[in-house]
Design a protein around this ligand. Structure first.
Ligand code: ZN
Length: 306
């Protein structure tokens, strides 16, 4: 059976300062903020979404900025690096823009990665993506350099066996191995179709905090596809949550053997569900159950615009 997974849907991380986070992702990286809302479970904390012009699945980086959260400690059992795709020939532009030095360039699987840190020490890389048909958001960055979306994510695990097996079950195929890293790719994916597993048997466990990835979400088209994936994963013995309405998609979550939290999210209904496409991310949007808190939240939440 082939499960209907298309690659990544979004990556969600933790930040310490909403304004710095917004400035970095919309200013420096040139993504579009496609939604400004709050954490469903902690409505006094923002949930900020950045992506391409529409917030297309496979392009969406999201953050929970918890003011003064302690910095995370890198280690195993987490996403070690989130990788964005940029157009062929644009790494020089990005090296200049990020003020990067040569030491931040690395070669992996024959591709040049430009590594850089986010505002909380978040570990990112840009990689040129030849023949990538996606289009980035060009308000701040020219079209021939704009971030196209994710290329994928690299997991750091003590033991990659069971998680690799899970990825294969989810439709990923082993593409290559280089040193301690095995590259998995989902055929026919949305462009955000690579997962690398780096195995570090002796490394310490990560401690989640500011700059850490909280979870990664995989894309399925709709709720029917999500049900198929949910049932298949649950039938292999995983504890999977029931589908949860996240306003812009439906989500199910499960913890993987290596420790990383996975989500499977629907592409529908999308970010234009409650805002016109021309105005995505501008107004504070609240989940229905938190709408009664609007006055208090508008006072409490730090303004994020400069
Ligand atoms: Zn999520």
């Amino acid at each position: 059976m082939t499960l209907p997974i298309n690659g990544l849907h979004h990556v969600t991380s933790l930040a310490s300062d909403a304004r710095a986070n917004n400035a970095f992702f919309t200013g420096t990286l040139g993504l579009r903020r496609v939604k400004k809302t709050v954490n469903f479970d902690a409505p006094d904390v923002y949930h900020l979404y950045y992506g391409d012009g529409a917030g297309t699945p496979g392009s969406v980086m999201t953050y929970f900025p918890f003011p003064h959260i302690a910095r995370g400690r890198a280690g195993t059992g987490e996403v070690g690096e989130t990788v964005f795709a940029v157009p062929e020939g644009s790494l020089g532009f990005w090296q200049d823009r990020l003020g990067a030095v040569d030491g931040q360039l690395a070669t992996r699987f024959g591709e040049t990665h430009l590594r850089f840190a986010g505002p909380d020490g978040d570990r990112f890389a840009l990689v040129e993506s030849a023949g990538d048909g996606r289009r980035g958001w060009t308000a701040d960055v020219p079209a021939d350099a704009a971030v196209l979306g994710f290329k994928g994510a690299a997991l750091r695990l003590r033991d990659g066996g069971a998680t690799g097996e899970l990825l294969r079950f989810m439709g990923y195929e082993v593409e290559a191995t280089e040193g301690a890293v095995t590259r998995y790719r989902v055929p026919g994916g949305n462009g955000a179709d690579v997962i690398d597993i780096e195995v570090l048997p002796g490394a310490a466990q990560a401690r989640q905090g500011g700059g850490s990835v909280h979870h990664i979400a995989f894309s399925v088209p709709d709720r029917a596809a999500q049900d198929v994936v949910r049932k298949a994963i649950a039938d292999t013995g995983y504890q999977v949550t029931p589908p949860i309405d996240r306003d812009y998609f439906w989500a199910v979550y499960f913890r993987t053997p290596g420790g990383v939290l996975f989500e499977v999210a629907t592409d529908a209904p999308g970010f234009d569900r409650d805002e016109a496409p021309a105005h995505l991310g501008e107004a504070l949007k609240l989940p229905r159950q938190h709408e009664h808190l609007r006055a208090a939240l508008e006072t409490h939440l730090q303004p994020i615009e400069a």
